[in-house]
Design a protein around this ligand. Structure first.
Ligand code: AQP
Length: 330
């Protein structure tokens, strides 16, 4: 039963989609798709904020589309599309750039983290502007809810600020969206460093489980995951690595963390990792197999994305037109 409420979310086609993207985002989209009017984007303009190989970017874009579909997103019910095929995203970004402030963008922690890696001096202007493009993505569709992982909370807050400011300056134009951040899976941490989030751009493949990893690779990565001192399987502050493994277990099985802790009472980290390796490898296998099948037919994937882009443009056009008019253009 649709509630009439609209959802927008997206993932960058950069690097390999991983368990964090799945548990923090895609899995929730699939579960809730019946309730909402959904727009799921492959945000390729966002991917360009750091250097990309053009051929690789094209291939990864199809890979993300295949993973969305393989996870169970229904292209009839949901609009699945590439951001760059809807030019309204770039134009609204410019309009919002004129409302966003340098100071507020300077406080975005993702920019600080990413820029620091390569040096702030050489970071692209686009990387700095990433949150404004994200605001444009969401506001164009007048989305009420944005299902994301915890890492996107700050960007969502900025989106809300820009929507309110624009509405205040130029009159009611945008819906002010709410974040939809679920407790389980909202922040999957790196397997080799429980202080860092699992990330596509990590140089160490052992830190993440890619959704297209072979089952044996998944088992190996879980086996090698960092653990904490002690031996009790407990999700406590002093045990960030075990807490992360328990969260992943909970996210993949739908069981609660206390239930899983109880199951491992009197057992050790080795038992937990062995079973978790199995749970994740088996849980991801159908997704992997279906995605590989879909990737065998790139024309079909491209067709779905083109159809999605057309539907997205139809929804985006009126919002952009009213923002332009309110600002005195056209
Ligand atoms: N570790 C995570 N745990 C839970 N959710 C996560 N997400 C990303 N990492 C985790 C959620 O996945 C969605 C898409 O993210 P994205 O690829 O567009 O950008 P990102 O958040 O910057 O993801 P990565 O993996 O860290 O990519 P890189 O390294 O390329 O920047 C979002 O909903 C995000 O919350």
């Amino acid at each position: 039963m649709q509630s009439g409420r609209r959802v927008f979310s997206g993932i960058q086609p950069s690097g390999n989609l991983h368990l964090g993207n799945y548990l923090g985002a895609i899995n929730n989209w699939v579960r809730q798709q019946e309730e909402y009017d959904n727009f799921f984007c492959i945000v390729d303009l966002h991917a360009l904020t750091v250097p990309q190989d053009p051929k690789e970017l094209r291939a990864k874009t199809r890979e993300v589309a295949a993973l969305y579909l393989a996870a169970g997103i229904d292209p009839e019910r949901c609009v699945i599309f590439r951001q760059s095929q809807v030019p309204e995203h770039a134009e609204l970004t410019w309009l919002l750039n004129c409302v966003a402030r340098f100071g507020e963008l300077s406080r975005m922690t993702q920019f600080k983290d990413k820029a620091q890696r390569g040096g702030t001096e050489t970071a692209s202007v686009a990387l700095f502007d990433y949150p404004v493009l994200m605001a444009a993505d969401i506001l164009l569709y007048n989305a009420h809810s944005v299902p994301v992982g915890e890492d996107q909370r700050q960007h969502l807050e900025l989106t809300r600020t820009l929507a309110r400011r624009f509405n205040h300056l130029y009159g009611e134009t945008f819906v002010v969206p709410e974040p939809m951040i679920l407790e389980t899976g909202a922040r999957v941490m790196a397997l080799d460093d429980p202080e860092a989030k699992m990330s596509k751009s990590s140089p160490s493949p052992g830190s993440y489980i890619a959704l297209l990893d072979e089952p044996e690779t998944v088992r190996r990565k879980v086996r090698r995951a960092k653990t904490d001192s002690g031996s009790e399987v407990k999700a406590i502050l002093e045990k960030p690595a075990i807490t992360n493994l328990l969260d992943i277990y909970a996210g993949m099985t739908g069981r609660s963390v206390p239930e899983i802790e109880e199951r491992y009472a009197g057992k050790g980290y080795g038992d937990l990792k062995k079973d978790l390796g199995e749970v994740v490898a088996e849980g991801l296998l159908p997704l992997r197999e279906r995605a590989l099948e879909l990737l065998d037919d790139p024309a079909e994937l491209d067709g779905i994305l083109e159809d999605g882009a057309e539907r997205a443009r139809a929804a985006a056009r009126p919002t952009l037109a009213s923002a332009r008019t309110r600002m005195g253009l056209g």
